[in-house]
Design a protein. Structure first.
Length: 295
């Protein structure tokens, strides 16, 4: 799913990229905070589904997509959905900020396939001024990832996007079997794989495939089995590995970060401080072992 980032597609209207996921290692989806100038704008049809979430003070806007037209006051959290293959036009009376989220068509289709949904039953349709509390919650979590000094593991963003797609399609997740946790053998297989590949980029798709489950089903069963979401378990294990390597004292902090699977040293420091309450420098000191043990 190495799709071309939508930001590369020409469009009309004045806008500026304020924050972007381009450097965060996300694949098949992305997000960007955009400063939009007052006036008319047009985005041509592309192969990605796009959602624009209004951020900040209300703005009067007129929008057009797929023969539909809507004139309204766009409030904080209101979303416009433009499916792949459709162009969109709108005009704003004042400058505003938009959180733009995009999903590659193959990422969306794969999510639907894993849910066992037919193309006629699962579609992302054009919508203006979508007001959905659950979708807003997911969108603001994505915004927080963009604004964070050190974003979470890409697994977290992938989980958010999967849930967004399900919500946009109006699909409900139900399972025929009554299993609510992973079997001991399946759990061990996933955990062993994570341990062996902590220094690599992990995806929900590859982890779910290990136990022959769809991504949505796997996420639910893993959380019920381990007590935490997949992305949280992975980052906890990376922190533990980094702690051991720092205490051994054979590698620099930057080398430890890479060996433990963090994108860079400050990313590692962020999660160590958050989960352990100490910094890598604290751990590397001679009394770090006593500090950790007595917590």
């Amino acid at each position: 799913m190495n799709a071309v980032h939508p930001a590369l597609v020409p469009h009309s209207g004045g806008r500026a990229s304020l924050l972007s996921s381009a450097s965060l290692g996300w694949s098949g989806f992305g997000a960007e905070m955009l400063g939009i100038a007052a006036g008319a704008h047009r985005i041509p049809a592309i192969e990605h589904h796009r959602v624009g979430v209004h951020v900040g003070a209300p703005v009067r806007a007129v929008c057009r997509c797929n023969g539909q037209r809507a004139a309204r006051i766009q409030a904080h959290g209101d979303a416009d959905v433009i499916p792949a293959g459709l162009d969109g036009e709108w005009s704003d009376d004042d400058s505003c900020t938009i959180l733009r989220i995009w999903f590659a068509e193959d990422f969306v289709r794969n999510t639907f396939d894993q849910l066992g949904l037919r193309a006629t039953d699962a579609q992302i349709r054009p919508q203006f001024q979508l007001r959905d509390a659950r979708f807003q919650h997911l969108a603001w979590a994505m915004r927080a990832e963009l604004e964070a000094e050190d974003a979470s593991d890409p697994l977290y963003a992938e989980s958010l996007c999967t849930a967004m797609i399900v919500r946009l399609a109006g699909a409900s997740i139900s399972y025929d079997d009554k299993r609510r946790t992973l079997s001991p053998r399946a759990a061990a297989r996933v955990i062993d794989y994570i341990e062996a590949h902590l220094d690599e980029r992990l995806t929900l798709s590859e982890l779910a495939a290990l136990v022959e489950l769809s991504v949505p089903h796997f996420k639910v069963l893993f959380r019920e089995t381990m007590g935490v979401p997949v992305h949280r378990h992975v980052v906890q294990r990376r922190v533990e590995r980094a702690k051991v390597l720092l205490l051994q004292g054979r590698l620099s902090a930057s080398q430890v970060a890479l060996e433990a699977g963090f994108s860079h040293q400050s990313h590692m420091a962020h999660w160590m401080k958050r989960l352990l309450g100490v910094t890598p420098r604290d751990i590397a000191r001679s009394d770090a072992l006593r500090l950790i043990v007595t917590r």
